[in-house]
Ligand binder design. Sequence first.
Ligand code: PMP
Length: 406
Amino acid sequence: MLLEHLATKLQAIAAKDLTRVLRVAESATAPVQTVRGADGRARELLMFCSNDYLGLAAHPALAEALIAGARRYGAGSGASHLISGHSAAHAALEQAVAEVVSGEIPQAQALFFCTGYMANLAVLTALGDAGAAIFSEELNHASLIDGARLAKAEVQRYAHRDMAQLAALLQASTARIKLIVTDAVFSMDGDLAPLGELLALAERHDAWLIVDDAHGFGVLGPQGRGSLAHFGLRSERLVLVGTLGKAAGVAGAFVAAHPTITQYLLQAARPYIFTTAAPPAVAHALLTSLELMASGEGEQRRANLRQRQAQLREGIANILAAHPSLNWRLAKSDTPVQPLIIGDNAAALALAARLEREGLRVPAIRPPTVPAGTARLRITLCAMHTEAHIQRLLDALAQAAAEASA
Ligand code: PMP
C-alpha cells in the first residue's frame, strides 16, 4: 500500500515537471565541476549554482587545514558537544566567530552547529517557547519555516519586505516575547531584507530580531562580516545565524548572540544537544576560512565577485531590452544570487537543459521552492568566475532569447 501510494505521488510530481534529480560530482574546482550525466559519462560543466561564493571550498589552505585538523583531532568527534565531543577546535572557532561579529552584537558569544538547518531549528524552538510569538517573513528559508512549525510559539507571517504589515502585527500582539525572523539575503531572490527598519521595529516593540545570514556572511560588509555590518547595525537585540558551508567554504553554522541567549541555547537547543558534534577538523579548517575571509585575498575575491555581478546584470538587461516580447524578468538582486524569472516550469527546465547542453549548469528552481508561476533560473556567481565565463553564459542566454522570441 505504501509503495503504491508513493508511486502515485511520484507520478503526480513528474506530471507537473517538478521531479528533483540528484547529480553526482566527480570533482570540483570552482567554478568548474566534473559531473556524471544520466548516460554515465563524465563531463565538465561551468557552474552557476554553487553557494561557494568566494571559491574557498577548493582553496589549498583549507584542504591543508582540514588535514592538519584530522591529524590532530582524528576524523570524528565521537559524541555530542555536552558529552565529550566538544574539542579545542570547536571552542576556538566559537571564540573566533564571536570576535568577528562583536562589532554588530555587543558581548556576542557564538555556538557552532553541524548545519545551518539545525542552527535555525535550534534558535526558533529554543527561543520560541509557549507564550512567545514568531513574526516570520514569507520568503524565509525552509529551515526557518520548519523551526517555526516545531516551536510552541504562535507564528504570524508577514509579506515580503512589508514593514507596515509587520508593524501592525507587532502592535496588535500581546505575546510576552516577540521574535522577528528573517533571511538577510533571500536565497531564491537575492534581494536583501531591510534589516535597519526591522531592527528599528524590534526596538520600538520590545521584540528581538533573528537574522539568517546564510548568503551574506563572507560576502557582504567590511571584511565580509555579513549583512548586519553591510547595513552598519549594532544591537543587543540581534540573534545572528551564519552558515559556514557557503562563502566560508567548509560546513556548519553558527549562532551568535548575547551570552544569556547562547548559554540558554546550550541548555535547551535540542539540535545542539542531541547530535554528534561536527568533526573537529571541520572547525579547525573554519578557523582558516575566517582568516581568509577577512584578509586582503578575501577583499580581492569580493571585489571580483561584485564586478562579475555587474557584468551579468548589465548583460541580461541588454538581452531583455533586445527582446521586449519575452516574458523573462531580471529580479532585482544585490548579491551574487541573481534570478532570471521565466515563469512556466517546463520553460524554465527547458532553458536550463539547453544551457547544460552547452556546458553551463544553471539550475531551474520551481515551486514549491518558489511561488507558482515564478519558475526561474537561479544564477549564482563566485569569485572565481572570469569575465569570459560570464560572457559565455550571456552569449548562450542571448541565443536562447532570440529563439524563444522568434
Ligand atoms: N538558511 C538559508 C537562507 C539557506 O539558504 C540555507 C541553505 N541553503 C540554510 C539556512 C541551511 O544551511 P545549511 O546548508 O548549512 O544547512
